[in-house]
Design a protein around this ligand. Sequence first.
Ligand SMILES: Cc1cc2nc3c(=O)[nH]c(=O)nc-3n(C[C@H](O)[C@H](O)[C@H](O)COP(=O)(O)O)c2cc1C
Ligand SMILES: Nc1ncnc2c1ncn2[C@@H]1O[C@H](COP(=O)(O)OP(=O)(O)OP(=O)(O)O)[C@@H](O)[C@H]1O
Length: 311
Amino acid sequence: MELIRGIHNILPSHHGCVLTIGNFDGVHRGHAQVISSLVSKAHHFQLPAMLMTFEPQPQERFRGTDAPARLSLLRDKIRLLDELKIDQLLCINFTEAFANQPAEAFIEELLVKKLGVKYLVVGDDFCFGKGRLGNFDMLVAAGKEFGFTVVSTQSFVVGSLRVSSTAVREQLALGHLEQARRLLGHPFILSGKVAHGQKLGRTIGFPTANIALKRHVVPVRGVFAVRLYWDGSDIYDGVANVGFRPTVNGQTCRLEVHLFDFSGDLYGKRVEVELVAKIRDEQPFESLDALKKQILNDANEARALFSNDAS
Ligand SMILES: Cc1cc2nc3c(=O)[nH]c(=O)nc-3n(C[C@H](O)[C@H](O)[C@H](O)COP(=O)(O)O)c2cc1C
Ligand SMILES: Nc1ncnc2c1ncn2[C@@H]1O[C@H](COP(=O)(O)OP(=O)(O)OP(=O)(O)O)[C@@H](O)[C@H]1O
């Protein structure tokens, strides 16, 4: 998959494509269905399958920390989209100037002149351009004028639920990891670099790897049984907390992972943490000793869960 970072990196050779547009946050099963039909259209037209996405996600630009929690960082999105056999990923820097461009300019300058779109797949609720005045009907009309086909996506449902990034966030907030996994079609992971913490964990017998969660809002809180992936091949089981650590007056939301039977050094390493099952909500404890007792229980519960999985 070719990554095109920003409009200024679109080359004349990128002219002519079949295209879909959206956040694709989490890259769930609904997204996978859209992409698979796009890829078969691309073969039919003998053109590259291109996906246009935005960074930051538009709601993050408009609403800052009130934006919906983020399911996947750009890095994770790139990996998941690559697995779905997209040819080109166009990642547009969603600046104020980009957001304020009129819908007509988005169509004529970007879709028609720069990308030479021949076939476009978007949801029939897709809105774009200044004031979100551009809509599906406008795209259909432009398609007739400039010679491209516009089709809407067919809803992908699991049970009776339309799969969406919003639905995945809701399941994660409820701690329903298994249901979130069913909607996503892959496990939910949090990824980041291991940073230095207060180093209190080791004093209570539970050293933790602290994973910086960047600026984005995460969709989960609480204590989880986790699997940590590192270097592509190494996998460790453990127990983790996502939260503000009220017992030690934590100020920022952190992911802290205690790995079972591990004594190596992970500082500075980029890791992926799969949340396998929720154990409990985070809570304040009156002492580090009380917290230590609880973490011991959490670790036992997680170990039992993993040994049941293995048998
Ligand atoms: C499995 C697990 C569960 C935890 N649960 C809580 C909790 O319920 N409340 C809390 O205040 N902190 C909780 N913590 C966070 C601890 O306060 C924190 O890991 C400890 O203070 C060590 O911090 P440090 O890594 O910065 O040294 C938990 C940590 C782990 C690993
Ligand atoms: N369940 C689904 N079935 C079919 N198409 C879908 C489904 N979910 C998303 N799409 C389509 O995938 C593209 C990208 O979707 P996008 O990420 O913007 O929406 P979403 O997953 O529904 O998220 P949100 O819950 O934030 O609206 C859009 O064209 C959208 O219509």
